[in-house]
Design a protein around this ligand. Structure first.
Ligand code: TLP
Length: 348
């Protein structure tokens, strides 16, 4: 990537830090499929500890983390209750149906978080006529809602519903560290009550590759089998896990900088003609911008100014802040938005 490009497409684009390169070179290695990879084992132990869980398994992607969790919690034909814009449903290419044979019962929401009352109403009891609900699947922060944070009292309410009906709770916590940092709470507190959590090292935490699924030892043993079944068993994966350890030890607190810069861009862009931002949704490292008319001409013109972004829908632009976007890049991105607004809206 050229230095002049400001890549706001996703926090997945972050490059490894110098400490990560060093850790990769120095990591003791083994064969993880044969069960003797010391650096993967160290990352898994550290992850489990951070979440206050028994065990963890390192996986190549957030998608695999979510899917092996669902596989481990369900049997084919079971129902998972899930918010209708969730990543598991929207961006995992039908994996719940194709890989796991589960039915999805969707619940709509305003902010990405299902009203607990509606969740309870959606529970189906296993019978001769109806499939049984097995899992409530959550996402925090919520990607398509703009990186929004789950209201603190919701998880307790979901837990009570899960206990009443014998369900498990899986959290897609791809960006759960953003939620924790934004609330000034440890990640174990923000996720208390979940049976499993998958989180990504390769987003704001800046590792090149990798996610981790945490849960009980029994669940993780089952998930490990599913990882192997899907071809996710990796050999000298300590090279990657070494970066994950740096992510957890060094890259969490700085997420607050990304959140501050997201607010800064949101405020500046909202002043411009043809663009609006709902500030209520700017809670972590994302900015969703509503465009007057289609977003495509905006994205094309921004690209000519060296600013890359993605459209989550035909009339929106998503910006994601991350460690490779500093104050100067924010300043230049705002300049590009101003120039494009002038160009497209004809306002001086
Ligand atoms: N999200 C990506 C795209 O897939 C949309 C992004 O750029 O935001 N859960 C959530 C909430 C995610 O946002 C993502 C990735 C994943 C899971 C999947 O992670 P990977 O890409 O590692 O499979």
């Amino acid at each position: 990537m050229s230095d002049s490009i400001i890549d706001l497409r996703s926090d997945t684009v972050t490059r490894p830090t110098p400490e990560m390169y060093r850790a990769m070179v120095e990591a003791p290695l083994g064969d993880d499929v044969l069960g003797d990879e010391p650096t993967v084992a160290a990352l898994e132990a550290l992850s489990a500890e951070r979440f206050g869980m028994d065990a963890a398994v390192f996986v190549p992607s957030g998608t695999m983390g979510n899917q092996i969790a669902i596989a481990a919690h369900t049997r084919p034909g079971d129902v998972i209750i899930i918010e209708e814009e969730a990543h598991v449903l929207y961006y995992e290419v039908g994996a719940p149906a194709i890989l796991n044979g589960v039915m999805t019962r969707t619940v709509a929401s305003q902010s990405g978080f299902m009203d607990p009352e509606l969740v309870e109403r959606a529970v189906m009891k296993r019978s001769l006529h109806t499939p049984g609900t097995a899992v409530i699947c959550l996402e925090n922060t919520h990607n398509r809602a703009g990186g929004t944070i789950m209201p603190p009292d919701y998880l307790g309410a979901y837990r009570q519903i899960a206990d009443r009906h014998g369900l498990k709770i899986h959290l897609d916590g791809a960006r759960v560290f953003n939620a924790a940092v934004a609330q000034g709470k440890p990640v174990s507190e923000v996720t208390r009550g979940c049976d499993s959590i998958s989180f990504c090292l390769s987003k704001g935490l800046a590792s090149p590759v990798g996610s981790v699924l945490v849960g009980s030892s029994e669940l993780i043993d089952r998930a490990r089998i599913w990882r192997k079944r899907l071809g996710g068993g990796m050999r000298q994966a300590g090279i990657l896990a070494a970066c994950g350890i740096v992510s957890l030890n060094q890259m969490v607190d700085r997420l607050a900088d990304d959140h501050g810069r997201a607010r800064q861009i949101a405020e500046a862009v909202d002043q411009l003609p043809g663009l609006t931002v709902d500030h209520e949704t700017v809670q972590t490292n994302m900015v969703l911008i509503q465009t007057v008319g289609p977003s495509a001409p905006w994205l094309d013109a921004l690209r000519e100014h060296g600013v890359w972004a993605l459209p989550p829908s035909p009339d929106r632009i998503r910006l994601v802040l991350h460690k490779d976007i500093d104050d100067d890049a924010v300043h230049r991105a705002v300049g590009a938005f101003k120039a494009v607004a002038d160009q497209l809206m004809g306002v001086a």
